[in-house]
Structures are given as structure tokens and as C-alpha cells.
Design a binder for this molecule. Sequence first.
Ligand SMILES: [Zn+2]
Ligand SMILES: [Zn+2]
Length: 360
Amino acid sequence: MEFNNKKLTRTTTFIHYVISILLAIFLIGMANRIIWDIDSEAQRPYIEDFEAKTEAKKYKILKRSILDSINGQEEIKEELQLSLDLAQNTLDQEQASFKTWISTRKATQSSTINHEVERRNYIMDSIRFSLKELKSEQLVLQSAIDALQLEKNKHVSAISKERSKANQLYIDAERSYDFKVFISRLLFVIPVLLLGLWMLLKRRKHAYWPLFRGFVFFAFYAFFIGLIPYLPSYGGYVRYAIGIILSVVLGIYAIKHLTSFVRRKKEELQLSSVERSKKINDEVAEKALENHMCPSCGKDYLINEIYQSGKGKNRSGTLKVTTYCRHCGLQLFKECKSCDTTNYAHLPHCYSCGDHIMEK
Ligand SMILES: [Zn+2]
Ligand SMILES: [Zn+2]
């Protein structure tokens, strides 16, 4: 690899991110495995399990048997209807044939004829009688069927009552199951999240920070994807409460951090400029030089010769580099002891002769 500092920095950053992301991906995969095991399909409650605990099955069997007997009765009724139709047909035919026969024989009054009339009447009467019998049988059957229907309806409503009981049991079980799963997730995610936050706050300067950052990515994933969507809602109270707590905690941390940073900076400014200049590291010094600002107080050291203020930049006038910071008094530039070239005072060597500039 060519030793180009900017390129090297970029490549290093890239590789560090690849390391972080890879680690995060594998950690997430592992965690999904664990969480998936917690919430396995086999343990989930199903409505059928709860129907088995109620009387629904008994009523279903009763209903089935009543339906069977209703079907049987209906079949008998159909058969009866067929016999009824047949009898009715026969009667109609007998009556018709009797009518024609009697009209052709009106004139004669023989005893054989009387006998024939009696015979035919007898046949018709017996058919009428069986018709009556069949009809009353049909009525009895119908009332039996009606009674069975009533009983079936009773069972149907009992079944639906049992079903709604089972449904209630199922809803309760599902709620407590979801809660159990949530608690398991919580117990898994909270330590991960706390560890991640600790790493984020305390391990940023560590040589293995890319690995720690991988864990931090994973911790955020676990919290936002693995836990938040499973929060029991209770009408949104829990979610909003967690949001409030998080904003307050993070807010307090950020404010405290910023305040202590500002205080530290102010305290630093109280030190002598020699002391402060010793505390400036190369990285800060380089960045400050690039952005023409004082490495101690962070203010611009370029001045407009005419206005002596950074605000008149767009008016004419040349920019001048100041030897000392106008805001905190830190020495910014100094002469090399060997060659008298003016050098930035916070990088190690003279750009002209290479001699040491800083006495650190
Ligand atoms: Zn300054
Ligand atoms: Zn020099």
C-alpha cells in the first residue's frame, strides 16, 4: 500500500467500518436465532387448544347425532310422501274410472251392477283410509322432526357460547404469552443495550473501537428492531413512556457532556499558553491549521488587515496570519531556532530545515 496519508486514513476508516458491520451482522444473526427460539411456533397458543377445554366438543357430538336422526326422519318422511302420492294417484284413477263406468251404466239397475258399485266403493274407501293413515303418520313424523330441530338449535347456541368462552380463554392466553415473550426479549436486550451504551460512551478511544462499534450497532438493532415492536401497547402508554424516559436520559447525558466539555475548555484557557500548547496533540494541531483556527480556543486566527475582524471578509483587504491568538493569547507561529523561518508552532518540525520546532 502506498503511504499516502489521506488515502490511508480513508482506507483505514473503510476497513474499520467493514469490521464493525460484519461483526454486527453476525451478532444480529445469532441474536435472531436466540430470540426466534424464545418465540417458537410450538409454544404459541391456538384457539383449538382452548375449544378442547370447553364443553363445545360434547355439544358438537350431540348436534351431530341429532342431525343424523333428523336426516333419518326426513328420509322416512320422503318415503311416506311417495306412498301418499301413489295412494292419491290410485284414488284419482279409481274415482275417474268409476265415474265413466257409472255414467255408461245409469240406465240399468242389475244386482251385479250394485255388487260392482260396492266393490269399487270398498276399494276407494280403503285407499282413502290408508291415505288418512299416511297423512297422520306424516304429521307425527313432522312434529318429531320439529322437536329435534328445536333441540339442535339449543345445541347450536350452546356450541357458540362455548366457542366464545374458548375465544376469551384464547385471548387471555395469547396476551400473557405475548407478555412472556416480551419479558424474555427484554431480559435479553436490556443487558445488550446497556453494554452497547457503555462501549459507545467509554470505548470510543480504544484501539479495538471498530469491534466495540460492531457491538454498538448490534445493541441498537436489538433495541429498535428486536424489542420496540414487541412492546405491549396498553393504548400507546408504554411506548410514549419509554420515548419520554429515553429522551430525558439522553438529553441529560448530552447536556451534562456538553457542559463539562465547555467547562473543561474554559479551565484549559485559564492555564498559561505554554501549558496549553503542551496539551495540543498533532491531530488537533493539523486540523486547526487546515481550518486556520487556534488549536486551543478554536477561533479563527486570520484577520482582515483593514477591518481586523472576521466579519468583513467580503470587503476588500488582505488576510493576515496572526502570530498570537487574539482570543486566548496562544502562540500560533514562531521562528525556527536554526533557520529563522516562521513556522506553525504546534507541529514537530520546521518545514524549511527540519529542526525541532516544539520543545515537548
Ligand atoms: Zn486562541
Ligand atoms: Zn528551520
